[in-house]
Design a protein around this ligand. Structure first.
Ligand code: DX5
Ligand code: ZN
Length: 226
C-alpha cells in the first residue's frame, strides 16, 4: 500500500490562531488539512463555517479536506466549494439523498467523500462507491476531538478496503477519531491509508515530531517516504 496520508484536524488547534496553526502543520509535513464542520444539529457541537475555510485558504496550500457534519447538507455544499475546499465529505446519515449530495459535490468540480458513523455498516457505501473519491470511517462518534479509538470499527475498515479494491477505481480510505501512534497501526493494517489526527498532533509540543511518529507508526521506520 502507498504510504499513509496524514491529515491533521484543525478542530484540536488553537482557534485563536487558526492560520498560524494551519501553516505550522503544513511546515511540519502534513499532507492534507482536515476541516471539521459541525452544525450543532447533526452533531452536538458547533465548529466553524465556510467563511473560516475561505480565510484559511490564503494561509495554506495543502489540500483542504472538508468533513461536513451537517444536516441537511445540500444547502451548504456550494458555499464550501466556493470557500476553497478540495474535497467535500458528507455523511451517509445526514439525509435521505446521499446520492444527490455526492452528485452535487462532483458537479462543483470537487473530490467527493462519504463518511459513515460507527453504527453504520460498510454496505451503506456500496450504492455510491462509483461517485466517491474518498470513504471516511468514523472511529469515534463524531462531534468532539480527544475520544478513544473504537476497535470495533476495524472489521468495517477491512471490508471497505476489499470493496474499494473490487470496484477498480481509486478511492481513498480515511479514518477519523482517536488516531494516535498506538492506534494508527491497527487502522493501517485494516486497510486505511488516510489518517486524520487532531489531538495527537495539536496537543503535542512538536508538530513535526508528532506527524513523524504517526507516519512511523503507520508505515514503519518513521522516515518520510515518497
Ligand atoms: C470528530 C472529528 C475528528 C476529530 C478527531 O467529530 O471528525 O476529525 O477532530 O479528533 P481526535 O484526533 O482528537 O480524535
Ligand atoms: Zn473529521
Amino acid at each position: 500500500m502507498a504510504r499513509a496520508v496524514i491529515a491533521p484536524s484543525l478542530l484540536a488547534a488553537d482557534f485563536g490562531r487558526l492560520a498560524e496553526e494551519a501553516r505550522a502543520v503544513a511546515a511540519a509535513g502534513a499532507d492534507w488539512l482536515h476541516l471539521d464542520v459541525m452544525d450543532g444539529h447533526f452533531v452536538p457541537n458547533i465548529s466553524f463555517g465556510p467563511l473560516v475555510v475561505q480565510a484559511l485558504r490564503r494561509h495554506a496550500s495543502l489540500p483542504f479536506d472538508v468533513h461536513l457534519m451537517v444536516a441537511p447538507v445540500d444547502p451548504v455544499i456550494g458555499a464550501f466549494a466556493e470557500a476553497g475546499a478540495d474535497q467535500i465529505t458528507v455523511h451517509a446519515e445526514a439525509g435521505p439523498h446521499l446520492h444527490r449530495s455526492l452528485q452535487l459535490v462532483r458537479s462543483l468540480g470537487k473530490r467527493a467523500g462519504v463518511a459513515i458513523n460507527p453504527a453504520t455498516p460498510a454496505e451503506a457505501v456500496a450504492p455510491v462507491l462509483d461517485l466517491v473519491d474518498l470513504v471516511l470511517v468514523m472511529t469515534v462518534n463524531p462531534g468532539f476531538g480527544g475520544q478513544r479509538f473504537l476497535d470495533s470499527q476495524l472489521p468495517k475498515i477491512a471490508t471497505l478496503r476489499r470493496m474499494i479494491a473490487a470496484c477498480g477505481r481509486s478511492v481513498a480510505l480515511e479514518v477519523d477519531g482517536g488516531i494516535t501512534a498506538e492506534t494508527a497501526p491497527r487502522a493501517r493494517a485494516a486497510g486505511a491509508e488516510v489518517l486524520v489526527a487532531g489531538t495527537a498532533i495539536f496537543a503535542a509540543p512538536d508538530y513535526a515530531a508528532a506527524i513523524g511518529a504517526l507516519r512511523g507508526a503507520a508505515d514503519g521506520g518513521g522516515a518520510r517516504r515518497s
